[in-house]
Design a binder for this molecule. Structure first.
Ligand SMILES: Nc1ncnc2c1ncn2[C@@H]1O[C@H](COP(=O)(O)OP(=O)(O)O)[C@@H](O)[C@H]1O
Ligand SMILES: [Mg+2]
Length: 276
């Protein structure tokens, strides 16, 4: 049985993807008033790397993504995207939200166009790119539909098209498939992998599903503790492209158990802590 490798921020995956990491997080800390959410977070994400982050509910996964997005100020450490230090939202970073984040009064077409217009795209660019990205996520024919007319899966395809249309080099995904049913979730996971193979970017994929983290990630970061910090980084050495067959590989089960062990030990301990 091959050794399970764990690695620190200067992972071989980052180096293999060529040169500088796309995202570099160093010594990151964040409080909400007296509540210290996380501290000393250090990790990198390569140009073409998917880093999955798992951790118990409330450990600060959404907070971390919003700091990286520049929407929320952090209070210690540094975040760089490319060469830029993040202090406010920067171009080239797109976010996909758990609850889709669509405008209910806009059609699929208009929702996808919105992100492009905000990014300053010309009218011609909008007209060319919107259909292209609607097609990429499999929503052709639904351009005029409103969010309330669509299933959760379709709404998230639309959220994904809106994020991808700006051709980001960083994609931040906050439990994007948590609000859809199990079958749709599986379909969307493989859709995302297909799209990523076609257009690889640096991606941070936050999830509380261990399976999803192992299936999608090149590495899985396990956050735990109060305040939370990175407990372990597990390299997922499953070959790409990953398909439904990946789920049946013994190596997949081994890695899943490894992440499970790390997370569940914590969850069990946390369950029996008295709040003070
Ligand atoms: N705007 C806020 N003000 C105060 N506390 C917050 C705010 N947002 C989140 N929190 C708290 O910070 C912690 C981390 O939240 P969050 O980042 O949403 O965790 P996760 O996404 O891992 O579930 C939780 O204890 C949550 O209650
Ligand atoms: Mg969250």
């Amino acid at each position: 049985m091959p050794e399970l490798r764990t690695s620190s921020a200067d992972s071989s995956t980052v180096m293999a993807s060529g040169g500088e990491p796309r995202i570099r997080v160093r010594g990151l800390g964040k409080h909400y008033g007296a509540l210290e959410v996380f501290r000393n977070i250090d990790f990198d994400v390569g140009e073409r790397e998917i880093v999955a982050i798992v951790g118990p509910s409330g450990c600060g996964k959404t907070t971390l993504l919003r700091c990286i997005d520049g929407l929320l100020p952090h209070d210690a450490g540094e975040i760089r995207v490319g060469r830029e230090i993040v202090t406010e939202p920067i171009a080239g970073v797109a976010m996909v939200f758990q609850h889709f984040g669509l405008f209910p009064w806009k059609t699929v077409y208009e929702n996808v166009a919105y992100g492009l217009r905000m990014a300053g795209a010309s009218k011609a660019d909008v007209e060319r790119k919107v259909p292209e990205f609607i097609k990429l996520v499999g929503l052709s024919g639904f351009e005029k539909a409103f969010p309330y007319q669509m299933s959760g899966g379709m709404q998230q395809r639309c959220g994904l098209a809106r994020a991808l249309a700006v051709e980001p080099n960083v994609l931040l995904m906050d439990e994007p498939f948590a609000a859809v049913d199990a079958q749709t979730r599986e379909i969307l996971q493989f859709e995302l992998l297909r799209i990523w193979e076609e257009r690889p970017t640096a991606m941070i994929f936050v999830t509380h599903s261990i399976e999803e983290a192992v299936l999608l990630g090149h590495r899985v970061i396990v956050l735990k503790g109060r305040p939370s910090s990175i407990h372990e980084t597990i390299t997922i050495d499953l070959p790409h492209p990953r398909t439904r067959d990946t789920l049946r590989e013994p190596r997949f089960a081994e890695l899943r158990e490894r992440v499970w062990g790390t997370l569940m030990r914590e969850a069990r301990e946390a369950e029996f802590v008295l709040e003070r």
